[in-house]
Design a protein around this ligand. Structure first.
Ligand code: GLN
Length: 475
């Protein structure tokens, strides 16, 4: 059963050519066959089949199938599902069970999706390679010696390997888009506030967004339509109505489309294959009637500097709740209250998470607040203004998703700054809060995937996905 889109599966399910149970069993078998790749942290074998059988009954009894009827979905393990483990790929939460469902999960469920399991990730979504996980490394689907990207590496590998049709991820600075780029699939980070964050474990609350990983833009649009919209549980969630993304996508025309191409996204040291493939695709669009417009945006390096000050500051506060008393792991070496805090955190958190908590505490300290945190907030505002101005002149801003193709496992673990630079092109959209997508546009000389990164103005997800669809490479 090779399926490249949900439309295909839906047709087979609704004509009863296959049952939900058969479809879900097919995916669960594939998950089992690939279990050595650590893609899933938890698999819902029985629950998923039970759910599939109940959907089959619903259809037989003449019930109205939901928008995502029978869609096999994987969920990143920092999104809450009631009664299930919620680890964030951290030792500190390795036995923690969620007591409620994330809004995103409830919405998928209401539209008849089937949950297959929870996927691996960088601990607390901090990383770009999935190597910062307490649950093992995930290999890239195209070359097992390389990383799948991160932090939603498990979600991206699950979709790319056909272990799930769609997966949810979270994106704070690129964690949906960068792994999508590394795994040859579509990864969408919506506008900040478009999807409720209720039930998403907080890393940096003013950046975090749930995003969608899918095989194509149509599937991503369908799922976004279900997830988006107001939620009384999340005060930062937008009250704006949710448009019909499918209709918005089809109204995008290549003729006259203005594509902004900033120098900031094509630096001198950009990998030559990446540059050739991305530029090649842009020229192809120009031949089809689009206009390529030179635009000037601030150097993305400043975005990285500001990002790592702001997110570590927010993380140091958000992660204070993991203290050995309220959630998860407690050290057995604790004599008194303060040693319980210190030892539980020392033993429970991994290196990268500790590094960020310390950095964040430092940039928020009384003596350095103005120098670092306040300055970074000012940089954030400059980026917002400049991106808004740019998008008054063009429809979309384009560039590569990542400055290089998937790198080798272990290659960047010794140097955190090197690792941080993997997000140099994805972080700006997170700083400004605009929607952005990575779409597969080609394979490099080693047969590794290359992604195109597109940014549109606030709440223009339909247009963004329509443009992504024009660009996606054909198999
Ligand atoms: N790789 C980036 C970081 O480590 C982005 C993470 C994310 O988007 N969750 O912060």
């Amino acid at each position: 059963m090779h399926l490249s889109s949900y439309e295909e599966l839906r047709y087979r399910l609704l004509t009863q050519a296959v049952t939900c149970e058969e479809a879900v069993r097919f995916y669960l078998d594939r998950i089992d066959d690939n279990r050595h790749d650590n893609i899933f942290i938890t698999v819902f074998h029985e629950k998923a089949l039970e759910r599939a059988r109940s959907l089959d009954r619903k259809l037989r009894d003449g019930g109205e199938p939901g928008i995502l009827f029978g869609m096999p979905v994987a969920i990143k393990d920092n999104i809450a599902m009631k009664g299930g483990r919620l680890t964030c790929a951290s030792k500190i939460l390795s036995n923690y069970e969620s007591v409620y469902d994330a809004t995103a999960v409830l919405r998928l469920e209401e539209e008849d999706a089937v949950f297959l399991g929870k996927t691996n990730m960088d601990e607390f979504a901090m990383g770009s390679s999935n190597e910062n996980s307490a649950f093992g490394t995930v290999p890239n689907p195209f070359d097992k010696t390389r990383v799948p990207g991160g932090s939603s590496g498990g979600s991206a590998a699950a979709v790319a390997n056909g272990l799930a049709m769609v997966a949810l991820g979270s994106d704070t600075g690129g964690s949906v888009r960068q792994p999508a780029g590394f795994c040859d699939i579509v990864g969408l980070k919506p506008t900040y506030g478009r999807i409720s964050r209720y039930g998403l474990v907080a890393f940096a609350s003013s950046f975090d967004q749930i995003g969608v990983l899918a095989r194509n833009s149509d599937d991503a649009a369908l799922v976004l339509g279900v997830l988006a919209g107001r939620d009384n549980h999340d005060a930062t969630c937008s009250l704006r109505d949710v448009p019909d993304y499918g209709t918005e996508m089809t109204s995008v025309r290549v003729e006259g489309l203005k594509i902004g191409v900033p120098k900031a996204f094509f630096p001198e040291n950009l990998n030559s294959d990446v540059s050739r493939i991305v530029m090649g695709k842009l020229h192809e669009l120009r031949e089809r009637g689009a206009e390529l417009v030179d635009i000037t945006l601030p150097e993305s390096d400043y975005a990285i500097a500001a990002y790592y000050i702001l997110v570590t500051a927010e993380a140091s506060s958000n992660l204070a709740r993991f203290d050995g008393a309220r959630y998860g792991y407690r050290s057995s070496e604790s004599g008194d209250l303060s040693s319980m805090y210190v030892n539980s955190r020392t033993e429970g958190f991994g290196r990268e998470v500790k590094r960020r908590i310390m950095l964040g505490t430092y940039v928020l300290s009384a003596g350095y607040y103005d120098t670092y945190y306040k300055k970074a907030q000012q940089v954030r505002r400059v980026f917002q203004d400049r991106y808004r101005e740019a998008l008054e002149k063009v429809d979309v801003i384009a560039g590569p998703t990542s400055p290089f193709p998937p790198f080798g496992i272990g290659d960047k673990m010794a140097d955190p700054l090197e690792m941080y630079l993997a997000d140099v092109f994805t972080v700006p959209a997170s700083i400004v809060g605009m929607p952005a997508v990575s779409v597969p546009v080609g394979m490099d000389s080693l047969n590794l995937p290359v992604g195109m990164h597109l940014i549109c103005n606030f709440f223009e997800e339909g247009k963004l996905l329509g443009i992504a669809k024009m660009m996606q490479r054909n198999d």
